[in-house]
Design a protein around this ligand. Structure first.
Ligand SMILES: Cc1ncc(COP(=O)(O)O)c(C=O)c1O
Length: 483
């Protein structure tokens, strides 16, 4: 961009260049996805080269976009690729990927019906399809959000609205003023995002009433039941953890919800990835009973394999949801507008069209395609568990009910404490190696690797290579560890 006199009108002339450049950029992104390293070595230098003062005269679209492509290839992790098992990260189906690009291409804004009739209608329809997919009651309203954390926030904010109403207050108006602490009853499987949500909502993390029977956090059913009985009719919120992150285990959803329903409770299910258990006859028993909860949180960008960011909140009661997220002004649509305003039933007002990708993947592959993606990931987890069991230096640390394999490197002759230190270091060595993106965590007191599978791209050969890389790097690490 050298000639400033015609700017910004000259930007129109960049359209052709943009289209031309984009084909190459897409090829780089997609065609290299299977081969690119999970975390390229030397990326620190590439990132350091970014630092420069604000350009006075821009370099123009060509060099700017070229630079961004180059940086993606040399200075960033390949989380969409087949060898990323860190956190719980999904890939993108081609249909979802394409639709998400179209949401940007057509510059969608789904605050309310009039800003994108198509985006809002696709959101309504996709949420209906998702309710069918997850076996949630068809009358539950829902809203698309950025991910599991925000979906948990929607469920818990609505639960908090309900809880205060039980005490005769409208918390949206009055805040927590004059109200007692809100009890939040759950197991030790509660996810970190729930703590963040409780902090944000002014409930306070200290209100978490955790009933765990062991160091892993498994629900102590007796103590949970007794806590509900002690409420003696006072309202409380119960959080059911449908899928925990260290070994993919579940709270006993059906039993927990059965018991909660005998008391004055709002029941929220955190099913960020675990709700996908519903898609396969092999795992659907793990989430039986969730339809009798009051709200549920699910991620799109994990196991639905749509691009970041994407999550869904489902809530039993539309009025409560709308009360919790009231948003109006003279220039905004009225609350009784028959046309939907998703921006007034969720935390974000302006929002992108996440519905494009969700609709497209469900339309392109249907229930059957998504069941196959889930089962492909279940098979990957089961296969890695077999490899671990067959390898003399690897030790499976928990059963594998879903898509996460908790294991550690254990060559023998080391105490548990030494193995904890060793595996933490080995985890860092595996990341530094760059071929795999994977994390360590703790299962009870023990340090473990916890590869999680939710990307359709991962193949058996990736798992063979992963088990080999952990073994090779484990053998190469010094065995003397500081206690
Ligand atoms: C059980 C559970 N809940 C909530 C979240 C938070 O989801 P997000 O990172 O999409 O906000 C996660 C993320 O891993 C999760 O596993």
């Amino acid at each position: 961009m050298n000639d400033n006199s015609s700017f910004p009108a000259s930007m129109r002339d960049e359209t052709g260049l943009l289209i031309e450049q984009f084909e190459g950029a897409l090829r780089s992104a997609l065609e290299g996805m299977d081969q690119r390293l999970a975390l390229p070595p030397g990326l620190d230098d590439a990132l350091a080269s970014l630092d420069e003062p604000l350009p006075e005269q821009g370099c123009g679209i060509g060099p700017a976009l070229e630079r961004l492509v180059e940086l993606n290839l040399t200075a960033d992790s390949n989380t969409g690729g087949p060898r990323c098992f860190h956190f719980v990260i999904g890939g993108s189906t081609p249909a979802a990927y394409g639709a998400d690009l179209l949401a940007t291409a057509f510059e969608k804004l789904t605050y309310t019906w009039v800003t994108s009739p198509l985006g809002v209608e696709l959101e309504t329809l996709s949420l209906r399809w998702l309710r069918e997919l997850f076996g949630l009651p068809m009358e539950w309203p829902g809203v698309m959000v950025t991910g599991g954390t925000m979906a948990n926030l929607v469920g818990m904010a609505t639960g908090r609205q309900w809880w205060a109403e039980q005490l005769g207050a409208d918390i949206y108006e009055t805040g927590m003023n004059g109200l007692p602490p809100m009890p939040v009853i759950t197991s030790g499987y509660v996810h970190a995002s729930m703590r963040k949500v409780l902090g944000l909502l002014g409930v306070g993390v200290n209100q978490l009433d955790i009933h765990a029977r062991d160091a892993r956090g498994r629900l102590d059913l007796e103590s949970y039941t007794a806590a509900l009985e002690r409420l003696d009719g006072k309202p409380a919120v119960v959080v059911v953890n449908a899928g925990e992150v260290n070994a993919g285990d579940f709270d006993p959803c059906e039993e927990m919800i059965d018991i909660a329903r005998r008391h004055n409770t709002w029941v929220h299910v955190d099913g960020a990835f675990g709700l996908f258990a519903r898609l396969s006859p092999r795992t659907e028993h793990l989430v039986r009973g969730i339809e009798r909860a009051d709200s549920a949180a699910v991620d799109g960008h994990k196991w639905l394999n749509v691009p970041y960011d994407s999550g869904f909140a489902f809530v039993r009661d539309h009025d409560l949801l709308a009360k919790a997220f009231r948003y109006s002004a003279d220039y905004l649509p009225p609350a009784d507008d028959p046309r939907p305003t998703p921006g007034a039933i969720g935390p974000e007002s302006s929002r992108r069209a996440r519905s494009f990708a969700v609709w497209a993947t469900l339309k392109a592959y249907g229930r059957e395609g998504h069941r196959k993606i889930v089962e492909h990931c279940l098979d990957n987890a089961a296969y890695l568990a077999q490899l671990v069991e067959a390898a003399p230096e690897l030790e499976l640390m928990a059963e594998v009910p879903l898509n996460i394999v908790a294991f550690r490197y254990n060559p023998g002759g080391m105490s548990d404490e030494e193995l904890d230190v060793f595996n933490k270091r080995l985890g860092e060595a595996v990341l530094a190696d760059g071929r795999f993106l994977v994390g360590t965590s703790r299962l009870g007191p023990r340090t473990i690797f916890r590869p999680a599978f939710s990307n359709w791209r991962t193949r058996r050969e990736d798992l063979d290579e992963f088990a080999q890389v952990v073994t090779d790097l484990g053998q190469a690490q010094p065995k003397e560890v500081a206690r």
